[in-house]
Ligand binder design. Structure first.
Ligand code: GLU
Length: 433
């Protein structure tokens, strides 16, 4: 079933090496190189689009609840603002690195371009473990991080949003801190806010909903009926749990779910509402009683129609890719597949819906939120979901067409569309000197 053929091209640029375990920026660049080559992107534009516009590292000193002063490190990378103000989430994680943030910022640029959203790409992070912080410490970190980045953020400059381990409350603190300094309430400086503060209906579910829409679209292409189709979902946070729930509503059978604490399997299908209830109560999946516990690494290799990696980067590698049995992979996470694993999945005929398309529902409804904040008029959930579905389907079709035209994977098709759009816009804007 080799429907999506990857044809190796002759590279004119020094190719980015593809070792097995890559840093995420190299993983991004390995795909960028192939698409750039197909577009015959001139070397000047290649170098321009590869280099982030701004990379800021800030120090965040915090007086902890016990009185001690701790110093945290924060990052904000604006990869590119050619299409509009830069957009992208902020993640809190103990092991996050600047290289990771750089890759995530670049993915935001390509994601917005694929979705036809007038935003550039950015990403931020704070190196910290939120599970070990009190609410007061978390609030102090968030406010100090925001204060340090006041000259980067702004509704017309750079607009943050939630990502791994950040949520609506954290967005509310960012919005409040920024507004205090600006001496006016500025809701559009951040998206993914609480509804009461100018957030949008449907934003919380948007990434998972987008995954559901593109998965159904891919199933139509492969003539797989949603009813009874088997699905495994890695990650049970805001993306994985919503995608699992919505795919279940479409008639799919969710045979396996997991989070950092445990993986579960039930051949008859897992009751997703019960799993969500469990996590709401216990924070983690571990101990869930509606399914059989399986080893963490087994989930990715299960017999199923659809696999949704919705956790972190580099989960599908050259080691496990040969054992993957899913027909469709819907990349709910950013960068879940190592570049070196791409050709293995092609060889196996797996249809991969790439991250920059599959998880773009979140930033799409962030865009709706920003528009609503700026016009001061709020849409109904029905209107938001219909617009989201239409945009996801349109972008899927455009990516599918590009993949067929260039005889490449959907991933490279998506990069081709994105790079072409940003490069063309850059050419029209010109280089200011
Ligand atoms: N963090 C999400 C992403 O990776 C959403 C970004 C946003 O809404 O700006 O796409």
């Amino acid at each position: 079933m080799r429907q999506h053929i990857f044809e190796p091209t002759i590279l004119h640029h020094e190719p980015t090496p593809i070792p097995d375990k890559q840093n995420p920026f190299e993983s991004m660049m390995a795909r960028f190189d192939v698409a750039a080559e197909m577009l015959e992107l001139e070397p000047g534009l290649y170098n321009y689009l590869k280099s982030p516009t701004k990379q800021v590292i800030v120090s965040i000193p915090i007086q902890m609840d016990n009185g001690a002063i701790d110093i945290f490190e924060g990052y904000r990378v604006v990869h590119n603002d050619i299409l509009g103000p830069s957009k992208g989430g902020i993640r809190y994680a103990p092991d996050v690195t600047l290289e990771e943030v750089k890759a995530l910022a670049a993915w935001m640029t390509w994601k917005c371009a694929v979705m036809n959203i007038p935003f550039g790409g950015a990403k931020g992070a704070v190196k910290c473990d939120p599970s070990k912080l009190t609410q007061i410490e978390l609030e102090k970190i968030t406010r100090r991080y925001t204060a340090n980045l006041l000259d980067i953020f702004g509704p017309d400059r750079d607009i943050p949003a939630p990502d791994l381990n950040t949520n609506e409350q954290i967005m509310a603190w960012i919005m409040d801190t920024y507004s205090m300094h600006m001496k006016k309430t500025e809701t559009a400086v951040v998206t993914g806010k609480p509804l009461i503060l100018g957030g949008s209906l449907g934003r919380r579910e948007a990434t998972g909903r987008g995954c559901m829409v593109v998965t159904l679209t891919a199933m139509e292409k492969l003539r797989i009926k949603p009813r009874g189709a088997t699905v495994a979902v890695q990650g049970f946070g805001n993306v994985g749990s919503v995608a699992a729930n919505l795919l279940h509503e479409q008639g799919c059978k969710i045979v396996s779910i997991s989070d950092i604490s445990a993986s579960y399997y039930n051949v008859k299908g897992i009751n997703i509402s019960r799993a969500i209830e469990w996590v709401n109560k216990h924070k983690l999946l571990d101990g869930f009683t509606g399914a059989e516990k399986i080893p963490q690494e087994t989930l990715l290799e299960l017999e199923c129609d659809v696999l949704v990696p919705a956790a972190r980067e580099e989960q599908i590698t050259v080691q496990n890719a040969p054992r993957i049995k899913a027909k469709i992979i819907c990349e709910g996470a950013n960068g879940p597949t190592a570049a070196a694993a791409d050709p293995i999945l092609v060889e196996k005929g797996v249809l991969v819906i790439p991250d920059i398309l599959a998880n773009a529902g979140g930033v799409t409804v962030s865009y709706f939120e920003w528009v609503q904040d700026r016009i001061g008029y709020f849409w109904t959930l029905d209107r938001i979901n219909r617009r989201l579905e239409r945009m996801m389907r349109q972008s899927f079709d455009a990516v599918y067409e590009a993949a067929q035209k260039y005889k490449v994977t959907l991933r490279i098709g998506a990069y081709i569309i994105a790079i072409d759009k940003v490069a063309k816009t850059l050419k029209v804007r010109g280089i200011y000197a």
